[in-house]
Design a binder for this molecule. Sequence first.
Ligand code: SAM
Ligand code: SF4
Length: 337
Amino acid sequence: MAKVSTPDNELVDTFNRKITYLRMSVTDRCDFRCVYCMAEDMQFLPRQSILSLEELLQIAQRFVALGVQKIRLTGGEPLVRNGIVELCSQISALPGLKELCMSSNGSQLNRLAKPLHDAGLSRLNISLDSLNSQRFRELTRTGDLTRVITGIDAALAAGFRHTKLNCVVLKGRNDDEVVDLVRFAIDRQLDISFIEEMPLGIVTEHQRSESYCSSDEVRARLSEVFTLLESAESTQGPSRYWRLAEAPEIRIGFISPHSHNFCGSCNRVRLTVEGRLLLCLGNEHSSDLKQVLRSYPADAERLDNAIREAMNLKPYSHHFETNGDVQILRFMNMTGG
Ligand code: SAM
Ligand code: SF4
């Protein structure tokens, strides 16, 4: 096994990148079946193979002790996991953690936004791919647009600040809506990021090669209406930000895994709900933390060592193709997007 020689309270990979951001999937389940994320007839994991809430907390605790400052809870849809609000209060209370964030599809926020805010959740990203109810239903297969918009408004009313909308842009499906989506974001004073579709899992509903829409194309569409000003801001994630001269208070982000590879400054790792630590979104390098946790339940040092050693497996970069070839068989909901 490779020799580890970093300080006790930090995680550094072999390319000298400091790992300060953990994305944790708390469930692979979801009430939506977005066409780019899941197959229509998804098989979900059996209960015994997913981490319990206690195990998720234990892992979060060790990462924070090892220098992680930001945790994002994701999935699947994190808000369909029972006990999620309690998990948020426990993780947000970990000393040293600066931000606890969540990615959600918004469908349960009308009910949960206030309890989540009270539990110490710092920030929300909410997916929104269309403002047309029928299209929204087609893209999510089961989603109800009105309910999601009510959820977004509930998050604002609950006091969440710097909420960001996430929109995966697919050519011929919603690329003609990017200006309207930005106007929606301006009206509610929300940030918005546009995401290039990534080839994770085999989807049958569309050809990924035909639906690919680059961030440059989205920016060109927006530039017909708005004046975009490049910004050097970062939220420690993969988005590159721009501001609008017409509405300088909001940020427009672009997540461009194909056209502007963001690997050089990568500071994050992902935990699947099966307890597999993925070192890179676009590669299979991983370490089985569940096995360590279940074999040695009270041994924090062993878990710390497993996490530190895993850093040596982090590859320099991903290489996604836009020709529709699938290199990674796991779906985004398994990955913890
Ligand atoms: N259910 C939550 C949601 O939809 O925000 C959290 C999990 S979801 C997997 C996280 C993000 O990944 C969402 O913004 C979603 O649009 C994005 N996503 C899913 N599959 C993707 C793919 N194949 N390419 C790019 N983004 C994807
Ligand atoms: Fe569910 Fe989010 Fe995947 Fe859509 S993108 S199917 S909401 S996990």
